[in-house]
Design a protein around this ligand. Structure first.
Ligand SMILES: C[S@@+](CC[C@H](N)C(=O)[O-])C[C@H]1O[C@@H](n2cnc3c(N)ncnc32)[C@H](O)[C@@H]1O
Length: 192
């Protein structure tokens, strides 16, 4: 989807969620705070949550309307809000302790180009967390985009996992009011 389409969604008042995803919160709550980027942050639910736990967070998204909603929330002044396309935006090499990419769904080539770049931004031992809709969700889950080419899978994330010391690379269920959705999780550390 283009930035204009995301702007329309956010302007129509459709909120992804104000709360962090439960799995993301569980994985990140044990980490000491550091420097983080929330890539495709939308309204910044994770950026705001991290900032509230002492992280220095940059929230990047190409939807001005999404970022505007984030800027309106409590604690927003603790987050750096950056309007940018994640396909061209960059952090300095080895500058981050965490890159979070939650429910960003790009065409396959764009995703394949982006994820290895995110690893370069991490300090040795820094964490990459990718969570998003799994391709199997179309047939066996609920909700989410229905276009297979933009969805995640363990196989599609394998090349970026090869650049990391991987703690988890797997399909994970997520309970929703409409039923169980299927996500893909990649959780690993930069080698070195
Ligand atoms: C489903 S929302 C997820 C937002 C947030 N990560 C969360 O979990 O609440 C997807 C977000 O990706 C953003 N997005 C999609 N493609 C993008 C791109 N190429 N550059 C920057 N942001 C993008 C959209 O604007 C939208 O805010």
């Amino acid at each position: 989807m283009r930035a204009e389409e995301w702007n329309e969604r956010y302007e129509a008042g459709r909120q992804w969620s104000a709360e962090p995803n439960a799995l993301i919160a569980a994985l990140l709550s044990g980490l000491p705070p550091g420097e983080a980027v929330d890539l495709a942050a939308g309204e910044g639910r994770h950026a705001l949550w991290l900032a509230g736990r002492g992280w220095r967070v940059t929230a990047v998204d190409f939807s001005d309307a999404g970022l505007e909603r984030g800027r309106g929330r409590d604690g927003a002044d603790r987050v750096a809000w950056v309007p940018a396309d994640v396909r061209t935006w960059s952090a300095p090499p080895a500058s981050l302790d965490l890159v979070l990419v939650a429910y960003l769904h790009l065409p396959e080539d764009d995703a394949a180009a982006l994820f290895p770049r995110t690893v370069e931004w991490l300090r040795p031992g820094g964490r990459l967390l990718v969570l998003g809709h799994d391709v199997a969700n179309i047939e066996h889950g609920v909700g989410g985009p229905q276009e297979p080419s933009i969805l995640h899978s363990v196989e599609r994330l394998d090349p970026v996992a090869a650049l990391l010391d991987v703690d988890r690379l797997e399909q994970v269920p997520r309970r929703t009011p409409a039923g169980t959705a299927l996500d893909t999780l990649l959780w690993g550390r930069r080698k070195g």
